[in-house]
Design a protein around this ligand. Sequence first.
Ligand code: NAD
Length: 376
Amino acid sequence: MSVFENDAFKHHESVHFFSDESTGLQAIIAIHSSVLGPALGGCRVVNYADSHEALEDVLRLSRGMSFKNSLAELELGGGKSVIIPPKNWNGDPRHDGKGRAELFRSFGRAVQSLGGRYIAAEDMNVSVEDAQNMALETDYVVGLDVARGGMGDPSPLTAEGVFLGIRACVRRAFKTDSLDGLTVSVQGLGKVGWRLCEDLHAAGARLIVADIVPETTARAARLFGAKVVDTDAIVTIKADVFAPCARGAVINDDTIGALDVRVVAGSANNQLSHGALGHDLMQRGIIYAPDYVINAGGVINIAPETKGQVNHEWVSKKIKKMEDIVGEIVDEAMKSNRSTNDVANEIATRRILDARDSGRAWKPAFVKKPTLRQSA
Ligand code: NAD
């Protein structure tokens, strides 16, 4: 595959391939931008069909991280990493047997070799334990748990940001500040989705839920009086708000025509299978909270760790602003007749380019060149 001509590669600063025969590590780290600061983004382990698919995924995701970190006004650039599971894991990215700890230590050495230009964190199939193993070899990993001096699980903060983002959209769609009596459909009752349901239920919303784990939906029915529907039905069921909190590409060319809501606002990454769907949503009168804007609570939570700090107060203040940020993007989209994702991309890109063009780009503090001494 050509690299520089590849659309997904466009605007990336660098892409790094690592392999370590002693641990079976095969990994790619993509740095999309380090203009605003070191490139922060999670590491995922996925059973890709081949290395081309892994490359496409990491390039797409690292670009998204640049936008997310820029829009959240963090002093961080965007990057991402993927690990291809070694053959002896038999296609199981969550393999917890022999060799897992060594593999993540090996990945930690790869991260360290970039001298702080990339900072890793957890993503799909990478646990706090895995991050801790990376930390044995690198200074550049965050998302560690509280007992180990980290900021802890980001999911409750992500859920809080999503709740506030939903409120911003509801205010614009229904001219009310209250969620009381509104119906919200939630796809995925995991760490974020469940917490969001708790907040929505407390705010008086009626819930419709779906998850592939029946015990979870049964619990939601019991505790929140939620109506449970099939995982296929949830995307197109009639509701006021749809909150995708499971997986990407739920809004696609097949589903968009059947959406029956006024607002789409949830935590899942890459909710639109392609960007033009943002425009289609707008045409259909549906307010869409761009995913990387509304789900930034998680990255905001780990941002202090990148400076070696634990600062829950700063995080809490920053999350509270998310209602305004989502609202301003929706207002600008309505005013300029553009999709919310186009508006968000433009703001995020402008911040990066302004910093670059005005000479404020972050510069990595690489190891100083040793002073040469004249031999006598
Ligand atoms: P999770 O793995 O804890 O939860 C996902 C839930 O979705 C699980 O309960 C799973 O059973 C369910 N699910 C999977 N496939 C489904 C399907 N087809 N239909 C319905 N339910 C399905 O993940 P999470 O941490 O809650 O994250 C949810 C989403 O938000 C993910 O897309 C994640 O990338 C994104 N996100 C999470 C955070 C965070 O802080 N955790 C931050 C930013 C973005």
